[in-house]
Design a protein around this ligand. Structure first.
Ligand SMILES: CC(C)(COP(=O)(O)OP(=O)(O)OC[C@H]1O[C@@H](n2cnc3c(N)ncnc32)[C@H](O)[C@@H]1OP(=O)(O)O)[C@@H](O)C(=O)NCCC(=O)NCCS
Length: 194
C-alpha cells in the first residue's frame, strides 16, 4: 500500500534514509550522503509542490520512499516533466515495493498533467534498470549513468478513480496497522510477560 506522506512524516523519512548503507546512498543520491546531508535534504523537502510516497511495514517503519519532483517548464517545452527517485530498505526488497512506488508515481504524473516521468540512476543499478525496462521507459546510457524517460498518456476517469481508491486504501491500511500496534502495547501493559 503506497500512501502519500506529509511534513508530519519527516522524522520517519530521516530514519528511512539513514538506514540505507553507503552503497545504497550513492545509488539513491548520487553521492556518499552523510546523515547530516540526509537530515538537511529531508528538512528541505517540499511537500506542497513535490509529492512524497511511502510504504509502511506492520511496525509502521517506512520501508519504501518515492520522491516525485515537478521540474520547471522550459520555454520551448510543450509538456511537463517530473523526476522520480526511490529507495527501499534492504529488509523489504524483492517484494514489489519499488515497483509499487514507481507505478503510483506514474499514476500521479498522469493525473497531474505530467507528460514525461524521468529517472536518473547509475547504469549498473540492475534493479532500477529492470523497473524502468518493465515500464517500457526509453533508457539512455552514458558514462556509467542512465537517464530513463516514460511518456505518459493523459488522465482519464479510470486513472483518477484508481488513484483515489489506492490512496484511501493506503490510509485505511495505515490506520489499521496503528490500531493493531496500540492494541499490542495495551495488551503488553495489561498482561506483562515476566
Ligand atoms: C532499486 C530499489 C528501489 C528496488 O526496490 P525493490 O522493492 O527491491 O524492487 P522490486 O521488488 O519492485 O523489484 C523490481 C524488479 O527488479 C528485479 N531485480 C531485483 N534485483 C535484481 C538484480 N540484481 N538484477 C536484475 N533484476 C533485479 C526484481 O525481480 C523485480 O523484477 P520483477 O518484478 O520482474 O520480478 C531498491 O533496490 C533500492 O532502494 N536500492 C537502493 C537505492 C536505489 O538504487 N534507488 C534508485 C535510484 S533512483
Amino acid at each position: 500500500m503506497v500512501r502519500q506522506l506529509t511534513a508530519a512524516d519527516r522524522d520517519r523519512l530521516v530514519r528511512h534514509f539513514t538506514a540505507l548503507d553507503g552503497d545504497d546512498r550513492v545509488l539513491r543520491f548520487g553521492q556518499h550522503a552523510s546523515d547530516h546531508v540526509i537530515e538537511n535534504y529531508v528538512r528541505g523537502m517540499d511537500f506542497t509542490n513535490d509529492v512524497v510516497f511511502g510504504v509502511f511495514d506492520s511496525a509502521l517503519n517506512l520501508v519504501g520512499v518515492g520522491h516525485l519532483a515537478y521540474l520547471p517548464l522550459e520555454e520551448d517545452e510543450t509538456g511537463r516533466t517530473a523526476e522520480f527517485g526511490l529507495s527501499v530498505l534492504e529488509s523489504a526488497r524483492g517484494t514489489g515495493v519499488g515497483s509499487a512506488l514507481f507505478a503510483r508515481a506514474g499514476m500521479r504524473c498522469r493525473n497531474s498533467g505530467v507528460t514525461t516521468l524521468y529517472m536518473h540512476c547509475l547504469a549498473h543499478n540492475k534493479t532500477m534498470m529492470r523497473i524502468a525496462g518493465k515500464a517500457g521507459m526509453d533508457i539512455r546510457r552514458d558514462y556509467g549513468e542512465a537517464d530513463a524517460y516514460l511518456a505518459l498518456p493523459p488522465a482519464d476517469s479510470a486513472s483518477i478513480l484508481s488513484e483515489m481508491f489506492e490512496e484511501q486504501a493506503a490510509v485505511f491500511d495505515y490506520v489499521l496497522k496503528r490500531q493493531v500496534r496500540q492494541a499490542d502495547k495495551l495488551l503488553a501493559f495489561l498482561l506483562p510477560v515476566d
